[in-house]
Design a protein around this ligand. Structure first.
Ligand code: 3HC
Ligand code: NAI
Length: 704
């Protein structure tokens, strides 16, 4: 932090330069709002100043309201009043934009009379992604600046646009070169003075007309994409209703809606998610621990995961050596990685012509482990078999130079046992990528008993470089995510054994807001994965455990899910996303009859209750055991790896919001039916009795 006030006023000749300096992102805290209001008053008094520039220090223009103030009583001056003071200035005010100009930051810019942006600037109104709508004039000024349709697009989606697109839309007047926004702003203000241009106030422009058919189209689009959320439709209405009101009335309506949305569970959940993602990457015990340098990595195994990990690493600028078992497999992996890089180029992740040079210069797929002697980090992604993995780690131990980080991508296996295969367990860690790893952002960093802090820090640094959202996990079967999934999937399997169809379950769970139901997920991942896990665990299975016989039967009949065209659903040209199988009911009835089960009905509510109770109960156990450092880390895993609806914040946030006493009551009731499965987490029981919250539990694991 600097000692300077967060808003500084100085003069460059006859141009006032009002510079915001509030690291890290120049958020509009109360101090910044006060500083801007005072600067506008000073501008009015300053006889030497004929125009002004609002610009920012550091990496970005104002990135929005200060989110950490949300949920607390509002503090004056309010942002709409500050922006009104900017707009009312008799002297022209230019906003000079760079970095990410978001939310309240873009609204400040819309209050200015002119806007200039450096070429890398990005602009947007992301409030709907936080369960809000722009609350400082964005819904009223933006349509007047760019027209109704473009405004609806930006306001209801939260999408960011680049400076080029902003120029085309008329959101900015000028694109500037260079890297000094304040200097560019001063030059623009001087041009305004030279040309004798008067302030142009968006509030004084008549609202544009809107084509009713276009509005109907957008209403339908928003209703579809908002799916269970409130804010996007309220934002849509605020723009549309404002078109037929005087500006001041539109502002009052927007403010009223903003205040209402501020009170919603959706807003609380989305802001929880925002901070949870950032908190997950902070390990308190790693302060002062330097990561090791990683430029060259090795990937062992070029299957689904190895290829995707290699492509993600290349995209992040790392050099990759991939090892396969034979030349044919190496060639297949090479082709797969090349295809993924082409996809990355199409999605704009790398330059359009970057794929081929990366494959040529930074990638090789070989069969010889010797190429790993010089790498900084290795990620093993061979078959999920402890003996195979231990063998690979023994070889790595013999070849890699000291200090090389040795990581495994195992989904379930004990990282301590893998580390034991080496003479350097301090360098061994789990890096559990999610499929497909070149797309999915989640990465579980699995810290084993003897993993060195420096190695953990290296894993977090690598995650950041690869654009991943990292969450730290301890060692247990399935780590955080897959262990949670096993629990709620088991609850679902019990319901299917007892009378629900997989389609009932998927409907209820997508109705809750999940991207997919558990049986749709199963078909996508391949039913053989769960089958193999069940086979592995069969010898040690507790006799009280209920086996999902129907799942085994599907696999044994060669129905492995999407990849075979048939699993729980049937996939063909007419229904590429799958349709229910008419034979499923008969098969399930047959199995129930074999097991002596009389089927019963489950409502969507019953299904959701059991699914969530299983998830939250397991999450509480994971927290209690110190496998996750905090409840919010578990939320991040479920949000980014398992399709949990973001606007519900994650299972632990959802449980706290619902009330742990109600969660505990559900589990107690279910335990009467099946005491073996529904074993209440002692932590959950205690918190429920004390009126506590999962969010306040700190396992102290960071301090390991
Ligand atoms: N308020 C408070 N803190 C914020 C913040 C904000 N608007 N935006 C970012 N931060 C904090 C982060 O929590 C993080 O803190 P930490 O270092 O303690 O974890 C720090 O700033 C850096 O943030 P990131 O790690 O996210 O940095 P990046 O460089 O990756 O991203 C960013 C920068 C694109 C600005 C990203 O932080 C972002 O998207 N921020 C949110 C922007 C936003 O949603 N603005 C709208 C707010 S709502 C609003 O303006 C209402 C208005 O209409 C009235
Ligand atoms: P896969 O079967 O697609 O690929 C494994 C590859 O490893 C094969 O190409 C095989 O030829 C190669 N291989 C085997 N032994 C080798 C050796 N000794 N040296 C070099 N190459 C060898 O498997 P997939 O799905 O890529 O999984 C790999 C690992 O990632 C497993 O541990 C799995 O549990 C884990 N994982 C898988 C996820 C998924 O959804 N598929 C998700 C997250 C983790």
């Amino acid at each position: 932090m600097t000692d300077q006030p967060p808003v500084q006023y100085r003069r460059d000749g006859d141009i006032a330069v009002i510079r915001v300096d509030n690291p890290p992102v120049n958020a509009l805290s109360a101090a910044v709002r006060t500083g801007l209001a005072e600067a506008m008053a000073q501008l009015a008094r300053d006889d030497q100043a004929r125009a002004a520039v609002i610009c920012c220090a550091g990496r970005t223009f104002i990135a929005g309201a200060d989110i950490s103030e949300f949920g607390k009583p509002p503090v004056q001056p309010h942002l709409p009043d500050v922006i009104a003071a900017i707009e009312d200035s008799a002297k022209p005010v230019i906003a000079a934009l760079h970095g990410t100009v978001l939310g309240g930051g873009l609204e400040v810019a819309l209050g200015a009379h002119g806007r200039i942006a450096l070429s890398g600037a990005r602009m947007g109104l992301p409030e709907v992604t936080l369960g809000l709508l722009p609350g400082a004039g964005g819904t009223q000024r933006l349509p007047r600046a760019v027209g109704v349709e473009a405004a609806l697009d930006l306001v209801t989606s939260g999408r960011q646009i680049g400076a080029d697109e902003a120029l085309k839309l008329g959101l900015i007047d000028t694109l500037a070169d260079g890297d000094d926004p304040c200097a560019a702003g001063v030059a623009e203000a001087r041009r305004w003075l030279d040309e004798g241009r008067a302030p142009r106030r968006l509030s004084e422009i008549a609202a544009p007309e809107a084509d009713p058919q276009m509005l109907d189209r957008w209403r339908a689009t928003v209703a579809k994409s908002a799916r269970g959320q409130v804010a996007p439709m309220r934002a849509f209405e605020a723009v549309v209703n404002g078109l037929s009101m005087p500006f001041a009335q539109g502002m009052a309506m927007e403010r009223q809606t903003f205040t209402e949305l501020m009170q919603t569970p959706e807003r609380a959940a989305l802001i929880h998610a925002f901070f949870a993602e950032r908190r997950a990457a902070q390990a308190d015990d790693l302060a002062g621990v330097s990561p090791r340098k990683v430029d060259r990595i090795g990937v062992i195994g070029g299957g689904t995961m190895g290829q995707g990990i290699a492509a993600a690493a290349l995209t992040a600028g790392l050099d990759v050596t991939l090892i396969e078992r034979d030349d044919a497999a190496a060639e297949k992996a090479r082709a797969g990685v090349a295809l993924m890089l082409e996809g990355a180029a199409k999605r704009g992740k790398i330059a359009p012509d970057a794929a081929a040079p990366l494959m040529e210069g930074s990638f090789r797929a070989v069969t010889d482990y010797d190429g790993l002697a010089q790498v900084d980090l290795v990620i093993e992604a061979v078959f999920e078999d402890l003996d195979v993995k231990r063998d690979v780690f023994r070889r790595l131990d013999g070849i890699c130079r000291p200090g090389t980080v040795l990581a495994t991508n195992t989904s379930y296996l004990d990282v301590n046992l893998i580390a034991d295969a080496t003479r350097r367990p301090q360098d061994v860690i789990g890096l559990h990528f999610f499929s497909p790893p070149n797309i999915m952002r989640l990465l579980e960093i699995v810290v084993a008993d003897r993993t060195a802090p420096e190695v953990v820090a290296t894993a977090f640094a690598l995650a950041k470089r690869m654009g991943k959202i990292a969450v730290r996990s301890g060692v247990c079967d399935g780590f955080i995510g897959n262990r949670m999934m096993l629990a709620y999937r088991t609850a679902a399997d019990h319901m299917v054994l007892d009378g629900a169809s997989p389609y009932d379950i998927d409907r209820a769970i997508t109705g809750f807001g999940f991207a997919m139901g558990p049986y749709q997920v199963g078909d996508l991942a391949g039913l053989d994965i769960g089958y193999a896990t069940r086979q592995r665990k069969a010898p040690t299975r507790d006799p009280r455990e209920r086996v999902p016989v129907f799942a085994d039967r599907l696999v044994e009949a060669g129905r492995l899910g999407r990849k075979t065209g048939r699993g729980y659903y049937i996939y063909d040209d007419q229904t590429p996303k799958g349709r229910p199988d008419p034979e499923m009911a008969g098969m399930l009835d047959g199995i129930r009859a074999e097991l002596g089960i009389t089927p019963r009905d489950f409502t969507d509510k019953d299904i959701q209750t059991r699914y969530m109770a299983a998830m939250v109960n397991e999450g509480a156990k994971i927290l209690d055991e110190g496998i996750a450092a905090r409840a919010s880390d578990i939320d991040v895993v479920l949000l980014h790896g398992y399709g949990f609806p973001r606007w519900k914040g994650g299972p632990m946030h959802w449980a706290d919001a619902r009330g742990l006493d109600r969660m505990a009551a559900d589990i107690t009731r279910l335990a009467a039916e099946n005491p073996y499965f529904w074993q209440m987490s002692p932590l959950l029981a205690r918190l429920a009795a004390e009126g506590g919250r999962l969010a306040d539990v700190n396992t102290g694991k960071d301090a390991k």
